[in-house]
Design a protein around this ligand. Sequence first.
Ligand SMILES: C[S@@+](CC[C@H](N)C(=O)[O-])C[C@H]1O[C@@H](n2cnc3c(N)ncnc32)[C@H](O)[C@@H]1O
Length: 421
Amino acid sequence: MEKKIVEIFDISYEGAGVGKLDGQIVFVPKTLPKEQLEISVVKRNSNFLIGRLEKILKGSEIRIKPFCPYFDVCGGCDFQHCDYLQEIQIKKQILAKELGKAEFNGEIETVLSDKRKNYRNKIKLEVKDGEIGYFRQKSHDFFKIEQCPVASEAINEILPVVKRFIDLNNFKALKNVYIKQVDKRLGVCFLFEKNGKKSLNNIKKIELFGENSVYFAYGDVLESNKTDVFCVFGSAKLHQILKGLDLEVDVSSFNQINDETAEKLYECIVDNTANKRVVNAYSGQGFLTFLISQKAKFVYGIEFQVSAHESAEKLKNLSDDFKFENICGKVEECLDVVLLRDAIDIIVLDPAREGCQKSVLNSILNSKIEQVIYVSCNFATLVRDLKILKENYKIERVLMFDMFPCTANMETVVLLSNKCN
Ligand SMILES: C[S@@+](CC[C@H](N)C(=O)[O-])C[C@H]1O[C@@H](n2cnc3c(N)ncnc32)[C@H](O)[C@@H]1O
C-alpha cells in the first residue's frame, strides 16, 4: 500500500488525529496534534479518508508509551499514547467544540479519574472459534486477548478461567462473555444466541469459578428486558457496598463502569438536589435515587428495565423512613403523571446513549421544573437535547467526569435553570 506523509492539526470527536491529504480530510487514529506521520490510506469515503499510522516521523512531546500490548489494534482505547492531563485537555476541547453547537461557550469543570489502568469494573468480550477477544477499531474483525489492562485486576485474573471453561464445554452459539466486578466478587455471564439454549444440566467444570457467580443469558445484548438470564452457579445477586450500605446488584442491569468516578458523579448530583422534590429519570438500579433521597425532600425514580426496578425496590429495606418511590415504566409515559401529582423542583436525566425522547423534553418545557441536571455519556445526543431545552432553560454549569480514561468517551453533567421562573 502506498505511503503518504501527513501532519496532524486537530483531534476528531472520536479521538482520531485529523490531517489533510491532497485537499481531503484524513482521520488517523492514535495520533496527536503537531505530529508528522507516514500513513497508508485504508478507507476512502466521499468526503474523508481513514489512515493507518505506519511510522512516526516527528512525534508529539505529549506522546507516551501505551501500557496495553493491544493498543495499536484494539477498538477500545483511543488515548493511551497520550499523557493523562493532556488527554483531559483534549477531551475538554472536544466537549467545548460540541457544546458550542448548543451556544455554550463557558467554562467546563473537569473531574479526573483516580485510576487510568484497571478502572473498568465491567468488560464485554467477543467470542470467535472458542477464543475470547475484542474487535479492531471500527470493525468486526476479531483479535484474541489474554489481558485487558484497563479492566480491574480481578477481571484479568478470571480471563484464563473463562477461556478454559469455553474450551472444556465447546459451546455453540456463544456470542459474548460479560464480566462484571461488584465489590470483591465477579459475575461472569455467557451470552448465547436467543435460540441457542443449551442444557443447563450438562456444564463441565463450573466450579472453576470459585466464589464468583456464573450466568447464562439468551438474547441480543445483556442489558435488555428481552434477554433471559439464568444463574447457573454461585449467588443469583451480587452485592455492592456503597457508602457503608449493602446494595443488591443484578448482573443484567446497568451500572457505572468506573466506581471511583461514579461516586464523585453521584456526590455532585446529591449536593445539587438537597432539600428539593426531585425526579430521577432513567434511574437504573436506584442507587442514585437512594442517595438523592438522603438529602432531598422526596425523589421519584423512573426506570423501565424490570430487573433494575426490582433491585431499586429492595433499597426500601435499608430504612423504615425512605423518601423515594420507584416507578417501573418508560420515562416518556410516566413523567407527565408524576408532574401532575407533585410540584417537582429538579429533574435528573441520565438516559442511555440515545438521549431523551422528544416527548420527555416537551414535558419538561411545559412544566414549572426549576432545574434540569442532564447526565450524558454521548455528547452528540446531549447537544441535540440541549438545543431543545434551550427554549426555556439556561446552561449554568458544565462538568466533565472522566468515567472512561484512555478513551474519547466522557460523562458530562450539565446543570440548567429555568429562564421563565
Ligand atoms: C445510563 S443508565 C443510568 C442509570 C442510573 N442513573 C445509574 O447511574 O446507575 C440509563 C438507564 O435508563 C434505562 N432506560 C433506557 N431507556 C429508558 C426509557 N425510555 N424509560 C425508562 N428507563 C429507560 C436503562 O435501562 C438504564 O438503566
